[in-house]
Write a protein that binds this ligand. Structure first.
Ligand code: GLU
Length: 478
């Protein structure tokens, strides 16, 4: 059992674009651990690969975390005792630590040119040798070369080391299978391996949660900790997230960036709920969790190492469930930006009344403009959809005229059920089928093939607006 008194955990994304589901999962688990055990959630920006740097990505990332309610405790622009929190601003820290390794003869300068390395690789491949640096510069510890150079880690010869992953236990590795990897690049930036170790140590990180794709790097990191003489944190490599076909997750599987899910009106809570289950489960088979329930139940012991499968339908289902149970006033606040340009102003004011007409049928808020498009002042009727089944246009016209007459005659209470009862009775008296009268009326009120029910619409619009709409539909059928 991991010691979880005030853990310090970090989310360490590279600002190379959008936040993906795997990254969000790491951030959420970090956040849950920090909040649950009185710890600290650190955001560190790993921007040492300047060729992949994307302007604005860091700001968007932080805004997305904040929108989801995953506020880091320390990070760029947020303060904290262990800053700076952008790796590009920590170069002197890396240089100092790497210098120490050179002095201990555990790292060395390498002046091999790209051309030489290219030639070396070609020869290794021609001779069917394992690829890897041939240790040509291994004894250059003393003075810093004046020509372009990198710094490499001096891999211990023929040692067997044991590395530990919280989910997988001990793993044995022979150093003979590892290369003298680069720890400082020619541009003066550290590589991922050295920066991550130096920072996790300097920031006193106790638990490193990250995707399984980093597991092969673990021996290098453990060796760096040993070389520095530092205690390593607990490593937890979270399982891969795959698509339903068990292939690497991509857009093809409906896995968009987190930003896109949020833009489409997937709400924070169901999104986090779905994400939490990609690699973690409690002993029960519950599928719906609030954040509070997750805080109560989440633990490292509940994590699994077998790959997780992202199911967009499950997310859509969770989102739909959540939308349905939300307070309508809160939902209108979230819904408004999606429809403010689409529906007429007088209906925007009545959003609290309009939303219940459609919430049963939506899975995400971006479906609202289509679902609520009947709330425009001018509807364009498609003559073909007004008639019910095999009804002719003339028959539909006559039925709608009859609906209009009934409507004028109605003087009961203006409620959905009362209206339905009255119209039912009228149709029955004529000995006809309800569809023949209710369908054209519903299309007249909504302008659409699919819409809320006839009497919900009638109730919502009121007598005057309903008459106006029926009149327009009658004209369109001429
Ligand atoms: N910067 C790495 C990434 O983009 C972080 C890996 C780690 O957490 O160690 O995924």
């Amino acid at each position: 059992m991991a010691d979880l008194t005030a853990p310090r955990v970090r989310f360490a994304p590279s600002p190379t674009g959008e936040l993906h589901l795997g990254g969000l999962r790491t951030a959420y688990y970090d956040w849950l651990l920090a909040r649950k055990y009185g710890g600290t959630f650190v955001l560190r920006i790993e921007d040492t690969d300047r060729t992949r740097y994307v302007e604005g990505a860091e700001e968007r990332l932080l805004a997305t975390l904040q929108q989801l309610g995953l506020q880091p405790d320390e990070g760029p622009g947020l303060g904290g005792e262990y800053g700076p929190y952008r790796q590009s601003e920590r170069l002197s820290i890396y240089h100092e630590a790497i210098q120490e390794l050179i002095e201990k003869k555990q790292a060395y300068y390498c002046t091999c040119t790209p051309e030489r390395l290219e030639k070396m690789r070609a020869e290794q491949s021609a001779n069917k040798q394992a690829p890897g640096y041939d240790r040509h510069c291994r004894d250059r510890y003393n003075e810093k070369p004046t020509e372009p150079h990198v710094v490499r880690f001096r891999m211990p010869d023929n040692e067997k080391i044991t590395v530990n992953d919280f989910l997988r236990g001990n793993l044995n590795v022979a150093t003979s299978t590892l290369d003298d990897f680069v720890i400082l690049k020619a541009d003066g930036f550290p590589t991922y391996h050295s920066a991550v170790v130096i920072d996790d140590h300097a920031m006193q990180i106790t638990h490193v949660l990250r995707g399984e794709e980093w597991l092969p790097s673990l021996p290098k990191h453990v060796l760096l900790y040993q070389a520095f003489g530092w205690e390593a944190p607990v490593f937890v490599h979270l399982p891969l997230i795959l698509g339903k076909d068990k292939k690497k997750l991509s857009k093809r599987h409906g896995a968009h960036s987190v930003e896109k899910f949020l833009q489409d009106g997937v709400l924070s809570e169901p999104l986090l709920n779905a994400i939490a289950l990609l690699g973690w489960h409690a002993s029960d088979d519950q599928e719906k969790y609030t954040r509070q329930e997750l805080l109560a139940k989440f633990s490292l012991e509940g994590l699994q190492k077998s790959s997780a499968v992202f199911d967009p339908e499950k997310l859509a289902w969770l989102n739909a469930q959540y939308i349905k149970t939300m307070d309508i006033k809160d939902l209108s606040v979230l819904a408004r930006p999606y429809i403010s340009d689409v529906i007429a102003p007088q209906y925007l004011e009545r959003l609290d009344e309009a939303l219940p007409l459609v919430i049963e049928r939506i899975t995400q808020l971006s479906e609202l403009p289509e679902r609520l498009s009947f709330l425009q002042n001018e509807l364009h009727y498609d003559q073909e959809i007004v008639p019910f089944k095999t009804q002719s246009r003339e028959e539909a016209h006559a039925a709608l005229q009859q609906d209009m007459d009934w409507l004028m005659a109605y003087n009961g209470e203006w409620g959905t059920q009362a209206l339905e009862k009255f119209f039912h009775e009228q149709v029955e008296t004529l000995g006809k089928k309800v569809g023949e009268y209710f369908w054209p009326l519903r299309v007249a009120l909504s302008g659409k093939k699919a819409s809320p029910g006839t009497f919900e619409l009638l109730h919502f619009f009121g007598r005057e607006e309903a008459q106006k709409r029926i009149q327009q539909a009658l004209q369109a059928l001429q």
